[in-house]
Write a protein of this length. Structure first.
Length: 274
């Protein structure tokens, strides 16, 4: 399949489209290829649930991430429609990949007819060929467990699994893996300066991860500093509270395993997991 812009960086000219971290090349047709890998961090089912809820608090102002399969709107960030449990975007390729996967698994579904339009609007904020019924049809598709499964699998393939794998390779525990995951969700898995790879590279200029003999707290602070820098390069991401009053709180408390109870704030709203 051809390379496409990542969700968060598609509109940047000269973008370097990188593969996912640590050389992972997980086929979208085999989303469970790594199921045999032992869950020792954020991929532990209970910790993964926590991760989904914390990210949902930032992306959708809710802890109920499973209610977001039907979510879709244009948030005027230059990426067209943003939708689903992880904010798949019509302008950045990951929504196209998702609908292609859905159509592979369920030909003739309600979204299949939009594939030509999704290919044409990729890389832009255009709705041409999608309006006026795409949002309604997305919400219809969201009731289908097949489509829900596709959203889960694409989230894992593109964002969750690479973040966890890189975290384990860097020797960071559950919290660090979550910091990576939240970053890759917002910024995409590319290597330009404001994508995940670029953020990690910037952090490497200040500290070393535990796998290279560095201190875990020092490394994660350097990573979060680099993340904040990247966020401030774009107005849509300039509110850094999802780092400042969430991830840094957990880090300051030394909660490297993301053990509950957890309390944090995002965009001024308070959240708690018992």
């Amino acid at each position: 399949m051809e390379n496409r812009p990542t969700r968060r960086t598609a509109l940047m000219l000269g973008l370097s489209l990188a593969a996912v971290p640590v050389g992972l090349a997980i086929s979208r047709y085999a989303p469970h290829a790594d199921a045999a890998v032992q869950a020792t961090g954020l991929d532990d089912p209970a910790k993964k649930e926590i991760a989904m809820e914390i990210v949902c608090s930032a992306e959708n102002s809710s802890l109920d991430w499973k209610a977001q399969y039907k979510y879709i709107e244009d948030i005027d960030d230059g990426r067209g429609y943003t939708a689903g449990i992880i904010g798949f975007c019509s302008g950045t390729g990951d929504m196209l990949d998702l609908v292609e996967l859905y159509t592979d698994r369920k030909p003739g579904n309600v979204l299949a007819k939009y594939l030509p339009a999704l290919r044409k609007v990729n890389g832009s904020d255009s709705h041409k060929g999608l309006d006026p019924n795409y949002t309604k049809d997305w919400k219809t598709a969201a009731k289908d467990t097949v489509f829900q499964g596709c959203q889960n699998d694409e989230r894992d393939r593109v964002y969750f699994n690479p973040a966890v794998a890189q975290g384990k390779a860097d020797g960071v525990r559950t919290l660090g893996q979550f910091c990576y995951y939240d970053a890759i969700v917002m910024h995409g898995p590319g290597n330009d300066s404001t994508s995940f790879g670029g953020i990690r590279k910037r952090a490497l200029g200040k500290a070393k991860p535990p796998s290279q003999g560095g201190n875990e707290t020092t490394w994660l602070n350097a990573f979060l500093d680099a993340r904040v820098w990247a966020m401030k390069q774009e107005e849509a991401h300039s509110d850094t509270s999802r780092v400042d009053t969430a991830q840094r709180v957990f880090l300051k408390n030394g909660n490297f395993n993301l053990d509950t109870p957890l309390s944090w704030k995002v965009y001024g709203d308070s959240y708690h997991i018992s």
